[in-house]
Design a protein around this ligand. Structure first.
Ligand code: SUG
Length: 448
């Protein structure tokens, strides 16, 4: 049976802004309080989706969330009608209003962890929504994320959905940003590679000193159990605490894998040799041959990797068996990174081609091409069971661009977030979007 990798990209929401909300994510901190352009951000994301669709990949779209999240503000003690809640929060606790406005659900690599049916005990595709509980603005995503995912992957015969793990730091879970699947073919059993930043209960694992390690080993282990993965098909690795302290807040800022290829920085992991040996061994048992492409620190420093987002690229299979890398423009603007990429594609290695995309609006918040997409490997029967309304087509691309132009502001500053009209604009836009994407009622304002 044929199988595919579907990229599910987050559609940037109408409140996209630079809130400086993510301590440890240097771009988010650097661009705090800059004015944003939600319209341009959404268009940049759509252009990437269209380009991948045109290249022949399966592409889908994940709807943004209702923002500001008035219910979250109410839980924090703000009262009155919706406009009063927003205005009180603006007066008394602006950082909380900013957090409740974040469009951070655009980074769908953090929406959940997905295990394809070839790996799971019950032969279904499993999804566990990420609790994202390291940051308040992201911890409020998962209830809506779960509803949207269920509306997209609805058939219980093929798809199993698990709620987010308990919302405590010990089970900090950031979804697929710390999960990579290596395999010979998308429809065949693979090796699921879980990278964690710290252990909640075992002090033998060192923790970073400066920035938070968002993903725990215990969270990854819980997902392995929930998804019914066999230990023979799972590898765990600890991210180097030193790179977390340099701004590598997710593994997908320092490594990316696809098929049999793992593209990673020399300093990405602790105990790299053991990790590679285990990956090679477990992949060999399912008929694959690991191709490890290590980027030496002499060629690209961790600082340049973080600045350019070289590893937050999409590694995509081509029909000739080699791969293409989708990178953000910041890679071309970085001399060391671009030199490295030119050398890489000139060699006869696994990565044959590099394509550059302008994703500046998202990049300024620390979200590159790979952050913007969730990968879902599906066989052809499962693909046929996906809600067709969310699958990108030329017609959907046109409708979504028109929808963005109709509803999105061109410019948004922190001051604009206290405007209660923004909530009305967002709800009006999302109500129309659920019809375009045929999602049914998924938002709190639709369910009330
Ligand atoms: O969680 N930035 C996101 C970026 C997520 C990138 N995702 C992956 N690497 N997979 C984060 O830090 C910044 C929001 C602000 O500051 O306004 C933010 O949430």
């Amino acid at each position: 049976m044929r199988a595919f990798e579907m990229n599910v990209d987050g559609l940037v929401g109408p409140t996209h802004n630079y809130g400086g909300l993510s301590y440890g994510n240097v771009a988010s901190q650097r661009n705090c309080h800059e004015a944003s352009s939600p319209r341009e951000a959404a268009r940049q994301g759509l252009a990437k989706m269209k380009a991948l669709m045109d290249m022949g990949y399966q592409q889908a779209v994940l709807a943004p969330q209702e923002r500001p999240d008035v219910a979250a503000l109410r839980r924090l003690g703000f009262t009155g009608n919706d406009a009063e809640v927003i205005q009180r929060a603006a007066r008394e606790a602006m950082p909380l209003l900013v957090a409740s406005c974040s469009a951070s659900s655009m980074w769908t690599a953090n929406a959940c962890t997905v295990s394809p049916s070839a790996d799971t005990a019950d032969g279904r595709v499993h999804f566990t929504a990420a609790n994202l509980n390291c940051k308040f603005h992201r911890s409020i995503e998962h209830p809506t994320t779960s509803r949207v995912l269920q509306a997209m992957f609805a058939d219980p015969q093929h798809f199993a959905h698990h709620p987010a793990l308990p919302a405590v730091a010990q089970f900090g879970d950031e979804g697929a940003a710390n999960h990579t699947r290596l395999c010979k073919g998308y429809g065949e059993p693979g090796v699921e590679f879980f990278v964690f930043g710290r252990s909640a209960f075992d002090s033998r694992f060192p923790a970073p000193a400066r920035y938070p390690a968002r993903q725990t080993l215990e969270a990854s282990q819980a997902i392995v159990r929930l998804h019914g993965l066999s230990e023979a098909g799972v590898v765990y690795a600890q991210q180097s605490p030193a790179v977390i302290d340099q701004g590598v807040f997710h593994n997908d800022v320092i490594a990316v894998g696809n098929g049999e290829v793992l593209f990673y920085h020399q300093d990405a992991f602790l105990d790299t040799e053991r990790v590679l040996a285990e990956l090679a061994d477990k992949l060999a048992r399912v008929g694959g041959r690991l191709q490890a492409v290590c980027v030496p620190r002499e060629a690209v420093s961790v600082e340049d990797a973080v600045r350019s987002y070289l590893f937050n690229s999409q590694l995509l299979s081509r029909s000739d068996g080699r791969m293409r890398l989708i990178v953000p423009e910041e890679c071309r603007n970085n001399a060391a990174v671009w030199r490295y990429l030119e050398g890489l594609t000139a060699s006869a290695g696994a990565i044959a081609e590099v394509q550059v995309f302008d994703l500046k609006q998202s990049m300024q918040n620390g979200g590159g091409p790979a952050c913007l997409r969730l990968r879902v490997a599906l066989n052809e029967v499962e693909l046929a069971a996906v809600n067709p309304g969310v699958i990108m087509t030329p017609a959907l691309y046109d409708s979504l661009n028109l929808w963005v132009d109709k509803h999105y502001r061109d410019r948004l500053s922190e001051h604009d977030l206290s405007d209660p009209h923004l909530l009305t604009e967002c709800r009006t836009a999302l109500d129309e979007l659920t019809q375009i994407l045929k999602l049914g009622a998924v938002y709190p304002f639709q369910l009330a």
